[in-house]
Every structure is written in C-alpha cells, then in structure tokens.
Design a protein around this ligand. Sequence first.
Ligand code: CP
Ligand code: NVA
Length: 330
Amino acid sequence: MPRSLSGRSFLKLLDFSTEEIQYLLELAKDFKRMKRAGTPHKYLAGKNIVLLFEKTSTRTRCSFEVAGNDLGMGVTYLDPGSSQMGKKESLEDTAKVLGRMFDGIEYRGFDQQIVEDLAKHAGVPVWNGLTTDFHPTQMLADVLTIEEHFGHYKGLTMVFMGDARNNVANSLMVVSAKLGINFVACGPKDNMPEKKLVDTCKKIAKENGCTITLTEDVKKGTKNADVIYTDIWVSMGEPDEIWEKRIKLLSPYQVNDAVMKNANPGAIFLHCLPSFHDLETTIGVDIHKKFGLPEMEVTDKVFRSPQSKVFDEAENRMHTIKAVMYATLK
Ligand code: CP
Ligand code: NVA
C-alpha cells in the first residue's frame, strides 16, 4: 500500500511509483464494481471541481463530469473560449483564483509546463487531462482494460503503431516501464519519442524487468505483441498542413489484418479514440477527398473486430479518473 496520494496533483506518470499506479488501478476496480452494483459512493460530497479545457474532448470531459457527480461533487466546465486564462489573466493568477474556489482542477491543453505551473500556483490538486507531451489518465484506463482482458499485465508486450512521439505514445511508454510491460514504439524514425524520455524509461524498465524497443520495422515490431495500440496521425493543436506528410509517413504503420495476424493469436487492439476508421466524420471525408484514404490509422475491420476492446477502454476512462480524483481529494 503506497503512502497517501491525498493532496497530490496528477500531472504525469513519471511522478508516480509503481505501487502508487497499482493502487490507483485497484481503486478504479472498486469504483467500477460499485458503479455496476448501483452502490452510491458520494464520498466527496461538498467538494467542487473545475474542468479547464483549451482543446476539445468527449471522453475526458464526460469522465470527469460523471465521476465528479458520482462522487457527490459540484462540477464546473470552462470551455476553450470561456476563461480569461492567458488572454486577460495570467496562468499564475488564474491558478490562484481557481484554487480559492475549487478543491481540484482538471486541465487539458498545450504545453506540459502549463499544467505543471497551474499545480505550482493553485494550492489544490491539478489533474492533467492531456497536454502536448502526456495523457496520463488515458494510460490508467488502458492498463485496466488490458488487465481485465488478460487477467494480468506484467510481462505482456504492447506495441504502439504510428506517431510514436505523441502524448499517448509517450505516456504508454512510461506506464509500461513502470508496470513491467514490454513496450515497442513502431513508427518512422522522425516520429520516435525523444531520446531523453526513452533513456529515462529504459532505466525504469530495467528495474521492473521489461524492455523498451524502438523500431521502424512493422513485421519485427508487431511480432509477439499482446496489445496493438494506435492513435490518430495528427494530434490536436497540430496544423492541418501536416496531414499530407503524416499520411505518407504513417500509412505503412496502419493497424490492419496483416498486423493483427502477425501479433500473438490472442492479441487485442486498443485506441484512445477518437479514431478515423471510416468515413463517418467530417475530417475523415475531407481526407478521403484530398488523398483517397477510406480509413486511416486503423482499418474499419480491425476497429470493429472482436479483438478490438476500444469501448471497454473508453468506459474505463471514467472509473480510473474517478480513482484519481478520489485518491487525491479524500
Ligand atoms: N481519449 C480521449 O482523451 O478522448 P477525448 O479527446 O474525447 O477526451
Ligand atoms: N494524440 C491525440 C490524443 C487524443 C485523445 C491528440 O492529442 O489529439
């Protein structure tokens, strides 16, 4: 049992020990059982939280809102256009004001430094709901989904395909190193995670008996994989002009039948979502018109296959975010 997480911020997984991450996963399982059984758990009644979003969201916002309500808290949402932060009021002043009114602050936006600075000045726990560098709450849901499927996670191999230096890939590499999961970043060399982070993760991985591998080779990279993971090729905040370059670079790393067949027979597919796997989105249609692709980072067939656990994963965002809020606010 780790020391209490009460009063801590949740900014990146590098800040947390293996035991602390395991504790959050255990808590999430308890909350999931309670939710399923209809057992009320308004343990944080009387508290209030604010959700500060500078980028759009479906899962993360809804998870914080539902989890906050389930825990009995008041929840205020500030959308990308409706706070003064950065425009009329400094980050420091905003953090101090919000910290006077709320018991916890969620931030989704740009530089990791922003969420770190918010935490420095707010005086209350701050939770990272995605920055350009990391997406730490996502990983708790991913590992919970893996554990639910395989019964364990230690010793498994997870392969991230595509833009392996984005926030999701970075955080997956960290959580894998911390929890003893072998991690493979499979993508073009220009899209590999930064050397400094790789070196840090390799050191942590060694302590936990697992490996970190970077490869451009899809066949080698996906061999022996238990989990194949991908994300969109252009992340929020990146310019539209980059699509053409990314499509060229990342198309060889699409998750398709060949990739899933090359992985272990019982392998599962994960994706943080949202995903461009068909032509049911405006961006998907636009890309199809410009470049002729009917699907992008994952084929519709794999996305809808029994191996795909993406909706379990999406649900688990809520249970794991609830665990993070409870652990840090109780
Ligand atoms: N996976 C994820 O963070 O989804 P949203 O962008 O919808 O929050
Ligand atoms: N890499 C994606 C993740 C979305 C949940 C992005 O930052 O847009």
